[in-house]
Structures are given as structure tokens and as C-alpha cells.
Design a protein around this ligand. Structure first.
Ligand code: PAF
Length: 301
């Protein structure tokens, strides 16, 4: 069984650690400075079936990155570059798989780690932190990975262990398109659920119909300009399916705001607004939501 490093001990990173451990892989969890000098008990993972599983991972700190042979990055988008920059002696042949929401980070990672195979992952698994050492797997989804630089072209073999552990993992040569499709979903669900303080499924209620529809149209227009071929109706249907499947979940942006953490608004709505500007599209609902979320984000506003 292989060794996996996980950078980003949030809900999703810990659930992935748990799923890999269940298959007998060694998992090293890279911890930040504030965890140094503390004891690290096993994690309690609540599975999709509601069972409790004790998960043991190996704690690792930035200066021990030389031991890594494959790395899943599950930090928030705004933490990715600083967290990777902090690692000491990461081997140049260690593949780095970026799994954050939103877009606009990959270029900086390619620049920071010019020799490492860089891959982008898109996942629809759901996870929640119940407390510091307890995490809940809230939804099983698909995971796609694909190359983000030349060095990552021959890393299809990473899919097999991930598919066994996560239930699905597949290679895509066109991972950018899948990342954009996820971005479009996040650009609608995340700011609206955070703004109105509701579950994902609540957005299907009639009172959100107008704002939802306007936002769908704005995001869809931007996606078309970025080369996406999905029709408005196809996008609407895909979005409704996600809202139904995750109806009782709070989106990650809702959870971030509720816990007083920074959000990924700059990499989701901010990215859409940047593209809208370049293509001279007005996107007024996106802009309004961006301003409202920024106002409520810690350290901003
Ligand atoms: O960011 C999230 O919460 C998720 O990507 C999604 C799909 C919106 C479901 O909650």
C-alpha cells in the first residue's frame, strides 16, 4: 500500500485521510505550527452509514515534507500557495494534486513548483467537521483528476488507489473544463446559501426563484465566454440536481462564514467577476453577492 500526504486537515482532507486509511494506505497529515507540541489523538470519522471509525494518521510538519511521495492538497483556495511554499524539501518527483474549490490558483502553484507533477482534482464528496477531532462524511461523490503541467502527463495510475478508497476516481485530460463546471455550481450555490443562511436545498423554494434564475443566467453567460458548451437549460438541470442531492447540507461558504473563517469568495465569485469584466458582461447579482459576503468576512468589509 502506498503513502499519501494530505496538506489541509479540514473536513474534506480528514475524510479523505479516513477513506485512504480504510484501504490500508499510510496517511501523513501535514499539520500547521499551532499543532506543534500537542498530542494528536486518532480522529473519529462518522461514515455515510452513521458508523464511527477511529482513524490513525501520522502527523507531519513542514520541515518533514522530504518524506512525501504523493500529496493531496485539501486546503482552502486562499491557503494553497502559502501552505505549499512553507514545505521544506518536497521531492521534485512528488505529484501534487490540488483539490480546492474555485479557480485562479494553479498558475501560481506551477510557478512555485516548476519541476513537480501538478494535477488538478475536482471532487463532489461532502464533509463536515463536527469538532476538532470528529469529522462526518456527508456525501459520496465523484472525483476526477487531470494534469496541470507537462510533468503530470503520465500520472493516470494515481486514479486506481483513489477510486478504490473514494468509490470513484477517473482521469480527465480536460480537467480545466471539469473545474470550470464545478466553479459554476459553486458560484451559484455558495454565495446564495451564505447570504441567506440556508441549506443548499432551500434555494429551490419559490422565494429564491428570481435571484437564483438571474444568477444562473449571469454565471452561464460567463461560462459560455470561457468556452463551455453547456446550454442554459443543461446548466440549470445540473445545478438543481446538486441542490437536491445536497439538500440538507450547508455549503462550504456557508460553513466558513458561520464559523468566522475567511471564505473562498475571491476564487469563486471573484473569479467569475474578473472574467465578466474581461468579456464586458455586467453580472450585477454576482457583484452584489460578492460585496455582501466580503462585508461579512472576517478581517474584511
Ligand atoms: O462548496 C460546496 O459546499 C460544494 O462544492 C457544493 C457542491 C456547493 C455542495 O455543498
Amino acid at each position: 500500500m502506498s503513502d499519501w500526504g494530505i496538506l489541509g486537515a479540514g473536513a474534506l482532507g480528514c475524510v479523505f485521510a479516513g477513506l485512504l486509511r480504510q484501504q490500508g494506505h499510510q496517511v501523513s497529515l501535514l499539520l500547521s505550527e499551532r499543532h506543534r507540541g500537542h498530542l494528536h489523538p486518532g480522529m473519529d470519522m462518522i461514515t455515510l452509514g452513521g458508523h464511527h471509525e477511529l482513524i490513525h494518521t501520522r502527523p507531519l510538519f513542514a520541515e518533514q515534507a522530504g518524506r512525501l511521495s504523493r500529496l493531496l492538497v485539501t486546503t482552502k483556495a486562499y491557503q494553497v500557495v502559502d501552505a505549499l511554499r512553507g514545505l521544506r524539501g518536497l521531492p521534485t518527483d512528488c505529484p501534487v494534486i490540488l483539490l480546492h474549490n474555485g479557480m485562479g490558483v494553479t498558475d501560481a502553484v506551477r510557478e512555485l513548483l516548476p519541476h513537480n507533477p501538478i494535477l488538478v482534482g475536482v471532487t463532489s464528496h461532502g464533509a463536515m467537521k463536527e469538532s476538532q477531532w470528529q469529522i462526518r462524511h456527508t456525501g459520496k461523490g465523484e472525483t476526477w483528476i487531470g494534469p496541470a503541467n507537462q510533468a503530470a502527463r503520465n500520472y493516470q495510475h494515481l486514479c486506481q488507489p483513489l477510486a478504490t478508497a473514494f468509490g470513484h476516481a477517473q482521469w480527465s485530460e480536460n480537467i480545466d473544463a471539469l473545474q470550470r463546471q464545478k466553479l459554476a455550481i459553486n458560484a451559484v450555490i455558495n454565495p446564495l446559501t451564505a447570504r441567506y443562511d440556508v441549506h443548499n436545498g432551500d434555494l429551490l423554494e419559490p422565494r429564491y426563484l428570481d435571484v437564483l434564475e438571474q444568477l444562473i443566467e449571469e454565471v452561464h453567460q460567463v461560462m459560455r465566454c470561457l468556452g463551455d458548451t453547456e446550454t442554459l437549460e443543461q446548466f440549470r438541470r445540473r445545478l438543481h440536481r446538486v441542490m437536491e442531492l445536497t439538500a440538507t447540507n450547508y455549503s462550504s461558504m456557508h460553513q466558513d462564514l458561520a464559523h468566522g473563517r475567511p471564505t473562498e469568495i475571491d476564487y469563486i465569485t471573484g473569479y467569475i467577476l474578473g472574467q465578466a469584466r474581461q468579456h464586458q458582461l455586467p453580472a450585477p447579482v454576482c457583484r452584489q453577492l460578492y460585496q455582501e459576503i466580503i462585508k461579512r468576512s472576517p478581517g474584511k468589509g
